[in-house]
Ligand binder design. Structure first.
Ligand SMILES: [Mn+2]
Length: 349
């Protein structure tokens, strides 16, 4: 589905110009941003379930270190599974770990696969309460976007899932129910049955990153999205980071005589290769921004929680921003970090 630059800009303009968007401050605060878990029911179509443990461990880490949690959309996959079934599967694991942050420390932004959280009116017949919170809030309680402001109230960072401006989201905003309880009634005549069997990480148009990058440049604001399942730090893609890691490890292997050490490095190399192969297979090895220029560090993407080897997230701590990868085997790794004020300043010139 194409990403319309005009539509995206219009929607971002609207979000930037309204005071009705939740605002958070950076100073003395720590936030961790996760998106695109696509929680299902733990069965065959659930692409998240293999990362359940690493997700629990990372949530535990951030809660213990006093982070606030930002859920940047597509936490559930209502296109495939009903909330009641997702709740049954994850209530005592992922949702429990989220609730442990405390309701006041969790901020939910809705995406296109969990858009139901935006809707006060829903035909869903099941339990509409949000399992990410203890206070019983229901559909209609989530945020469209979130602004990180400085001490003068100026927006430094805009956070949104990223479905804004996609033709698909335009189509479905007029339909008040998700796929799964509409099968065969509305969706099928529009897309045919093929669309319904697609994996949850739907193909996002290749101009997606460029569109948000250009808007960030134009609006002179740092933008963080999810949605594409494509982790980006400071306008640089995840595949570039993986390639850099591989090069470094290969050099180490070459310079090592010790057979055991060589094997250890090779074992380390294997999952990184695997992730890079996946990135390449999904044609995500693209330069997300203008290939003719060195990109300004204004666009970030939290990636997703569906990687074969783990999950990615973005940390904000005072003036620092970091892209983290939590691996199933060897804990966490830093995929890029820097100072928000530096990046913001570079954007103003
Ligand atoms: Mn999405």
């Amino acid at each position: 589905m194409p990403q319309s630059p005009e539509l995206t800009k219009k929607e971002v303009d609207q979000i930037l110009s309204t005071n009705a968007i939740l605002q958070l401050t950076l100073s003395n605060n720590k936030y961790v941003i996760f998106s695109d878990l696509h929680l299902g029911d733990g069965k065959g179509a659930d692409n998240f379930v293999h990362n359940e443990k690493v997700m629990i461990d990372s949530l535990e880490h951030y809660r213990k270190n006093n982070y606030k949690l930002i859920l940047l959309g597509d936490v559930e996959d209502f296109w495939q599974v009903k909330l009641d079934d997702t709740r049954i599967r994850y209530n005592n694991s992922i949702y429990k770990k989220i609730r442990e942050f405390g309701d006041e420390n969790v901020f939910r932004i809705y995406g296109n696969h969990d858009e139901e959280w935006s809707k006060k009116e829903s035909d869903y017949k099941g339990d509409k309460r949000d399992p990410a919170f203890s206070d019983g809030r229901e559909f209609g309680s989530a945020n469209k976007a979130l602004k990180i402001i400085d001490e003068n109230g100026k927006t430094i960072i805009l956070l949104l899932h990223g479905q804004q401006g996609s033709i698909e989201s335009q189509l479905f905003s007029s339909i008040s129910k998700p796929f799964v309880w509409l099968y065969g009634k509305v969706i099928e005549p529009i897309f045919g049955t093929q669309k319904l069997t697609a994996e949850p990480n739907t193909k996002i148009d290749s101009n997606y990153e460029q569109v948000y990058y250009k808007i960030a440049l134009e609006k002179k604001v740092i933008i963080i999205t999810g949605h594409s399942h494509y982790a980006i730090f400071a306008s640089m893609c995840y595949a570039d980071k993986l390639q850099k890691q591989i090069n470094e490890l290969q050099l180490q292997i070459k310079n090592t005589k010790d057979k055991q050490e060589q094997q250890r490095l090779l074992d380390k190399l294997e999952p990184i290769w695997r992730d890079l192969r996946i990135e390449k297979a999904r044609k995500r090895e693209i330069t997300p921004t203008d290939p003719n220029l060195s990109p300004k560090p204004c666009y970030f993407n939290s990636g997703c929680c569906l990687y074969e080897s783990g999950v990615t997230c973005i940390e904000l701590e005072n003036d620092h921003i970091k892209l983290m990868k939590w691996n199933k085997d060897d804990k966490s790794s830093d995929y890029g970090h820097g100072k928000i004020s530096d990046y913001y300043q570079m954007l103003q010139s």
